[in-house]
Design a protein around this ligand. Structure first.
Ligand code: PMP
Length: 286
């Protein structure tokens, strides 16, 4: 069934939503994005996603084309028009149609291109991978050094994901200077002696919205948290490993580079954290 999508102020059938070949997003990957999950027709962690969007735009010297209320209204309208119960909403803002290809930014008054669309994912919350866990490989982190900006420049994570697929596993963890930065599209964690260990925020990783909420809920539940980098060897020897993202919530990792983590099945901490995240984020869903 054809979706209704949003393009620059209009709600259109997906086949009618067209963007210029000179769009800066198309020729320069000059744009930012957000992905918000929908459960029971409601938006999870929405204020966090809007805050990060504003930061990504400002780091790239782009204006925010819409107010928070307008962003919320568009998200809600797309949920309604596409009857989304469980799924995601993808939002992208690019520096617009420059009318030609040029490394220099187009004139200040060039309107940005604003695109939003839905992806229906029935069964998102009941994902069987929460029980089976996922297998990952490690690959070098060859991305640029401003990973805190959520740009649409996703070629390297996409290549890393394909490398994982070719090697028969689910995903790749990226390693720089001997330490795990993050997953191709998620933040990574290990658990040792009950303590949750995850890399601290910096320009080296995306500041995950799910990460921020989960760490807050875990701290409120008196769980111990340590924010520091860890190696693949430490992760392989950990009691548990897991990752977070807006569309996956919390998912266990049971194998890293062929070595079983813990007893090779979903651990109690990751399982508890997934429950906690779903429970708490649903309370604040809008
Ligand atoms: N790191 C990277 C590289 C990502 O692409 C994502 C998901 N977009 C995340 C972390 C997780 O961020 P969030 O919890 O906000 O989805």
């Amino acid at each position: 069934m054809s979706r209704t999508v949003y393009l620059n102020g209009e709600y259109l059938p997906e086949a009618e939503a067209k963007v210029s070949i000179f769009d800066r997003g198309f020729v320069m990957a000059d744009g930012v994005y957000e992905v918000t999950s929908v459960l029971g027709g409601k938006l999870l962690d929405f204020p966090g996603h809007l805050k990060r969007l504003a930061r990504s735009l400002s780091e790239l010297q782009m204006g925010n084309p819409l107010s928070d209320d307008e962003w919320l209204a568009i998200h809600r309208k797309l949920v309604e028009l596409n009857a989304i119960d469980e799924g995601i909403i993808y939002l992208q803002v690019t520096r617009g149609n420059a009318g030609d290809r040029d490394f220099a930014f187009p004139a200040e008054d060039t309107p940005p291109t604003v695109v939003l669309f839905t992806q229906s994912k029935p069964g998102l919350a009941a994902n069987p991978q929460a029980k089976t866990g996922l297998r990952v490989i490690s690959v070098p982190d060859l991305r640029w050094s401003r990973r805190d900006i959520k740009t649409v420049q996703l070629l390297y994570p996409s290549l890393a994901k394909m490398e994982a697929k070719h090697r028969g596993v689910d995903d790749a963890w990226l390693v720089e200077d001997g330490f795990v930065t993050e997953g191709t599209s998620n933040n990574t964690y290990i658990v040792k002696d009950g303590k949750i260990i995850t890399r601290q925020l910096s320009q080296d990783i995306l500041h995950g919205i799910t990460r921020a909420s989960l760490l807050r809920y875990a701290a409120e539940a008196q769980m111990q948290i340590e924010e520091r980098p860890f190696t693949i060897e430490e992760a392989q020897a950990a009691d548990e490993a897991f990752f977070t993202s807006a569309s996956a919530f919390v998912l266990p990792v049971v194998e890293i580079d062929g070595a079983k983590v813990g007893n090779g099945s979903a651990g109690p901490v990751a399982t508890r954290l997934r429950e906690l995240y779903l429970e708490e984020s649903l309370k604040s869903a809008i």
